[in-house]
Write a protein that binds this ligand. Sequence first.
Ligand code: NDP
Ligand code: 2IT
Length: 449
Amino acid sequence: MSEILTMIKDRDPEQREFHQAVTEVLASIQPVLDRNPEYRQAAVLERIVEPERVLMFRVPWMDDQDQVQVNRGFRVEMNSAIGPYKGGLRFHPSVNLGIIKFLAFEQVFKNSLTTLAMGGGKGGSDFNPKGKSDNEVMRFCQSFMAELQRHIGPNTDVPAGDIGVGAREIGFLFGMYKKLRNEFTGVLTGKSINWGGSLIRPEATGYGTVFFAAEMLATRAESLEGKTCLVSGSGNVAQFTTEKILQLGGKVVTLSDSSGYIFDEAGIDQDKLAWVMKHKNYRRGRIKDYVEKFPDAVYTSVAADLDYNPLWNHKADCAFPSATQNEINAKDGQNLVDNGIYVVAEGANMPSVPEAVDIFLESKILYGPGKAANAGGVAVSGLEMAQNSMRLNWPANEVEDRLKHIMKSIHSTCVDAAAEYGQPGNYVAGANIAGFVKVVNAMLDQGLV
Ligand code: NDP
Ligand code: 2IT
């Protein structure tokens, strides 16, 4: 096992997030390898940590001042053992190959857990959509797709949104794909509803994360009713996490962005949330503006070099990290547990550093790791692909029922796998083991490819 880690670190020493994601999965699957010596013989670990294909390309575009800008585009096609590559695109200045590889690696196991036929991939760019005009975003998306289009397709690789890529970007990307390939097909998910999108896809990641938290609580005969919740982020996942918590009778007291967070002791109700959605999604504003509109709330700016995030230092019952990777450090993890939080459901991908995960596991709180808890987004993307293939649209209640059913099934799969391998209640072990076994068995069935 340690040889694999040494190998990936020697090969790509700068890819820290990828090393982190691989380390966590490998730590969980030792008992599986012990029971299945054929996995080692077939070198499945060496194969699963190496992407099937990595694409990296130049994205030149013209800004509004007629200056040429050049960004870097990525698509990591990680594993296609159980279906076409599937996973989002992230546009954020921090994007590099290591981050895309960690996200693609996580996606393989997440997609495996959804019960749907989807392999794993991820892509994106170091392009920063913040502060750009709609025309600049369109020109960037068109240039990005001018290259990506030759590598993807509805049965090959189906991208979607992630940080910085929402309905606007998916629209521009789809338009360019259609023009270049002369085909109207389900090559992207997260499309708008009137041209091939699925109802509930925008809501799916947040709703699914809350359904997963509700399933975890149900193992202790509890529900979200009356629970106080901390939510980070204020984008797609945070917004619909908040909406579903409210619908299930809980109270949300925080939201954030990369500059700081708001604390609203009275709770962010549906009206306040509607304002947040409009402010973030259309005015593309900042969360600090919330306190001008709702003066009883408090805004705290969070310096990037502060050694903890005060958002995680409030008394509450549940936490829903929904911003980005490694947003909960060891001190934050300890603060959460010390403040009485006993449910952590990760809407973001890998938001907790390994030391924080250890604290959650040792404290025996209900901890749902991202690859299980946030799988509802990609699951409804899978349902969007199914609807596109059939050329029909399911009503919202049907999609939401299917999402609920899938989250329930992911939860029970994690519980069963953890118990089978002697770690009852450990959702990290359960998710990694169940996700891994399905993919690896498919790889073995298909021979050395
Ligand atoms: P959005 O772009 O809609 O929102 C991202 C939010 O996170 C913003 O509030 C943003 O603040 C904040 N954020 C982003 N980067 C950082 C950073 N480096 N430090 C602090 N805050 C940051 O993205 P999503 O809501 O779609 O994604 C959020 C998380 O959920 C990501 O980890 C993503 O991978 C994961 N996820 C998303 C899915 C989806 O369907 N969209 C599915 C599964 C997981 P700011 O505006 O200041 O940058
Ligand atoms: O991390 C994720 O699962 C996503 N960003 C969603 C991927 C998808 O294909 O819907």
